[in-house]
Design a protein around this ligand. Structure first.
Ligand SMILES: [Zn+2]
Length: 198
């Protein structure tokens, strides 16, 4: 389990290794907001409790493009591990099939590798669509691609604990967490995080 690092503004930034978090604490570059008292760590001659959530002392500016770069792990999670064209889920694909990244407006035709232009597609639909627009081949998108917010991303990889989820909720609000509910566990969500009161 890693440590959730918050910006000075309390914006959840990323999950970092606990050792890295300890270094930041020792260097006074961060403060610990949550520790796991049941997991003491020994670092040189020091005895510390495992940091679970830390907050950076100084605000760091993270360029927008670095925050939410498109990668397949997050992309597939955003789309519920389901092909947006034929709506088959990963579990429904044949053994030799897999999910792929499709560019709605193909790269060859000026489309970008951006969240609003990428969708999860099974290999079969991706092959069928090729370098065409969906409407040119009678295909329709079951969902419109959009940029996921941070909570969906950390959720996607299921690395946040209930204590850490509290800080994600603090920054993004209850509505963001509630908005994730309909998909439920089927889209890779972690139901335990939805009801955390810790
Ligand atoms: Zn498909």
């Amino acid at each position: 389990m890693g440590c959730l690092a918050l910006n000075a503004s309390y914006e959840p930034l990323t999950i970092i290794p606990v050792q890295r978090a300890i270094c930041l604490l020792l260097d006074r570059k961060a403060e610990a907001l949550e520790v796991d008292a049941n997991r003491p760590v020994r670092s040189q001659n020091l005895r510390l409790q495992t940091p679970v959530v830390i907050r950076l002392a100084k605000f760091i500016h993270v360029p927008h493009r670095f925050r939410r770069q498109v990668n397949n792990t997050f992309l597939f999670a955003r789309d519920g591990y389901r092909c947006v064209y034929c709506k088959r889920t990963r579990a429904e694909l044949a053994r030799h099939e897999s999910l792929t990244r499709d560019h709605v407006v193909p790269l060859a035709r000026g489309g970008g590798n951006t969240w609003d232009n990428v969708v999860t597609s099974c290999g079969r639909c991706n092959l069928k669509k090729a370098d065409r627009l969906p409407r040119e081949c009678g295909m329709t998108l079951s969902v419109l691609p959009r940029e996921p917010n941070h909570v969906e991303l950390v959720w996607a990889v299921r690395r946040v604990t209930p204590v850490q989820a509290k800080y994600v909720r603090l920054f993004y609000g209850e509505d963001v967490l509630a908005a994730l509910k309909p998909g439920g566990p089927a889209n890779g969500a972690h139901p335990q995080l939805l009801s955390t009161q810790s």
